[in-house]
Ligand binder design. Structure first.
Ligand code: PEP
Ligand code: MN
Length: 270
């Protein structure tokens, strides 16, 4: 392991990040919403549904880092405006991905948390820029990255004076093809040994399979995660991106209930 000057567990007490009413790193935080912002109606309907089900934050991509240059790239500024509207109506703070260092300062004005996607985990100029933004950062694990490399990326952000980093395990590449990626759940207790930063799990991108979202969410709770981030769409079959792994609002209601019950039980409050 490389020396961790700012993220090591020994350097400070567990980091708690207040976003809206959520205290990320203390309670169990549920982040939910569509893969991509597609339209005003889709964003508002999904936001209302996840709010009613008890989500703490709304997610939605306006800038999509797609594997193919021909796939839907996101609505950009228009998408951010839909997210802003959804926040105003529901009160849910918003998480959105930023993919270009030149966009960081203006995108930060529209949202509450900036996401660095798996494909950009080691984009060091982007990390430095979000480090200067003053916003909480959700840093996803690169699909080929070790915990050491991931934590060094968090160090880039902290060393710019931004202590508000949330780590998000989203699966790593393995030879297994049944799932989209391989969820590395041992990363959660491992990170708890190594760092004071909060850790959330994204079972949607980790598995790519609807049927696996609930079991892996419950496993994330049991592993000690500080939260989950899941994709929800008001009509998954019409989604422009990741419909196969998006929960319906009804399935999300059930998931929230089971996750909260397990967490309360493990906290001795069940
Ligand atoms: C996302 O969360 O929208 C996303 C693109 O995920 P990842 O960067 O983990 O692939
Ligand atoms: Mn997605």
């Amino acid at each position: 392991m490389n020396a961790l000057k700012l993220t090591a567990k020994t350097t400070r007490p567990p980091t708690v990040i207040q976003v809206g009413h959520a205290r990320i790193g203390e309670g169990f935080t549920i982040i939910a919403g569509p893969c991509s912002v597609e339209s005003e109606e889709q964003t508002l309907q999904t936001a209302r549904a996840v709010k009613a089900a008890g989500a703490d934050l709304l997610r939605g991509g306006a800038f999509k880092p797609r594997t193919s240059p021909y796939a839907f790239q996101g609505l950009g500024l228009e998408g951010l405006k839909f997210l802003e509207k959804a926040r105003a109506e529901t009160g849910l703070p918003v998480v959105t991905e930023v993919i270009d260092p030149r966009d960081v300062s203006w995108v930060a004005e529209y949202v509450d948390v900036l996401q660095i996607g798996a494909r950009n985990m080691q984009n060091f100029s982007l990390l430095k820029e979000v480090g200067k933004s003053g916003k909480p950062i959700l840093l996803k694990r690169g699909m080929y990255s070790t915990l050491d490399e991931w934590l060094l990326c968090a160090e880039y952000i902290l060393s710019e004076g931004n202590p508000h980093v949330i780590l998000c395990e989203r699966g790593i590449r393995s030879f297994e093809k049944y799932t989209r990626n391989t969820l590395d759940l041992s990363a959660v207790p491992s990170l708890k040994e190594l760092t004071h930063l909060p850790v959330v799990v994204d079972p949607s991108h980790a598995t790519g399979r609807l049927s696996l979202i609930k079991p892996m969410s419950l496993a994330a709770v049991a592993a000690g995660a500080d939260g989950i981030m899941v994709e929800v769409h008001h009509k998954p079959c019409e989604a422009m991106c990741d419909g196969d792994q998006s929960l319906t609002p009804e399935a999300f209601v059930e998931l929230v209930g089971e996750v909260r019950r397990l967490r309360a039980f493990l906290d001795g409050k069940g």
